[in-house]
Ligand binder design. Structure first.
Ligand code: PCA
Length: 324
């Protein structure tokens, strides 16, 4: 909070006095490249907030992990080092299994299903964030997740012993079930990890594959559509509570718009990402029947494991989702 007060004071001095005292500037760390649609959407969100708050709240986006690396953003916002930020929430499923609801293999595999799952889970996820001093602002899914390899893979057998880049507990678990060797790496370091051989496979969207120019190291993409994980934007509760009602409304209204706009953009871009992979020489294919059924078996195990870890709340979410 000290930092925010200092920024307010600086703004007031620069603007020449008390009339500007209400103007506030929030740094917004984001982990993915400035050209990624999540980051562009964050910038549009910031513009919206500035306009709707009549200039009272300015949000400054820091993309590409430049202010805090992906893995540090959530803690930074919880502790008030940053008043707002964006994070792949499933990377924190170890803190609360509800944060991993969007990364359960084959539970929700399209944008439409992702929306339904989010509708079933959002109240519980927002409450879980509130317990950590965080205010949910918006979330946007990544395109469906597929596997990247540097060889043909037609069954789980082919995955054995492969070094696999994980981005959350679910991706590490799927690697483990397939006999691969998981290593946790942020997207910002992915290209380098592939180039140096620290990782030789991973699961992600076409979006991150394109951002990482993955064709420089790998050759195959299997469009298995395992799940659509979400990036979530949240604010520090104390910082949010300190805003006046109009600025709070600007954040929430612009957040609602950003959630819808970001998802529409993700949908628009999905096919083009896969085309870019293919245009750069990668084999882009649907999984073989064997691979599909091997992965489905891992998925079934992981649904059970998740429901067991998330208790009654988790069970109720999965049931409400399936009932829609
Ligand atoms: N890209 C992010 C998370 C999911 C995705 O599609 C990543 O690979 O880190």
């Amino acid at each position: 909070m000290k930092k925010i007060q200092a920024l307010v004071a600086t703004t007031a001095i620069l603007a020449g006095g008390a009339t500007a005292a209400a103007a506030e500037s929030w740094d917004m760390p984001m982990a993915y490249p400035a050209t990624n649609y999540h980051s562009e959407n964050g910038t549009a969100f910031a513009e919206c907030v500035k306009e709707k708050s009549g200039g009272a709240l300015e949000i400054v986006v820091h993309a590409g992990g430049s202010l805090f690396g992906g893995n540090d953003i959530k803690r930074a916002v919880q502790t008030g080092q940053a008043p707002i930020g964006e994070r792949l929430l499933s990377a924190h499923a170890n803190e609360n299994p509800l944060f991993g609801i969007d990364s359960i293999p084959f539970l929700a595999t399209s944008f439409e299903q992702s929306d339904k799952l989010w509708a079933a889970a959002s109240d519980a996820v927002k409450a879980a964030l509130a317990e950590q001093n965080l205010v949910f602002v918006y979330s946007v899914p990544w395109p469906p997740q597929g596997f990247y390899f540097k060889k043909d893979v037609t069954s789980a057998e082919d995955m054995k012993g492969v070094k696999f880049r994980a981005y959350n507990a679910a991706t590490a678990r799927i690697a483990e079930l397939a006999g691969m060797v998981p290593v946790q790496i942020e997207a910002a370091e992915l290209s380098q990890a592939l180039a140096t051989g620290v990782a030789e496979s991973f699961i992600s969207s076409g979006s991150t594959g394109v951002d990482s120019k993955v064709w420089e190291s790998l050759t195959n993409f299997y469009d298995v559509q395992a799940w659509l994980p979400r990036n979530t934007v949240f604010a520090n509760k104390d910082a949010f509570d300190a805003l006046d009602a109009a600025a709070q409304a600007a954040v929430m209204d612009c957040g609602a718009e950003a959630g819808a706009r970001g998802e529409a953009r993700a949908q628009e871009l999905t096919a083009g990402y896969l085309k870019t992979l293919a245009d750069n020489g990668m084999k882009v294919e649907a999984p073989s029947d064997q691979l599909r059924s091997d992965l489905a078996a891992f998925g079934a195990t992981m649904v059970d494991e998740w429901v067991a870890s998330a208790g009654d709340t988790g069970k109720a979410i999965v049931e409400a989702y399936k009932a829609q």
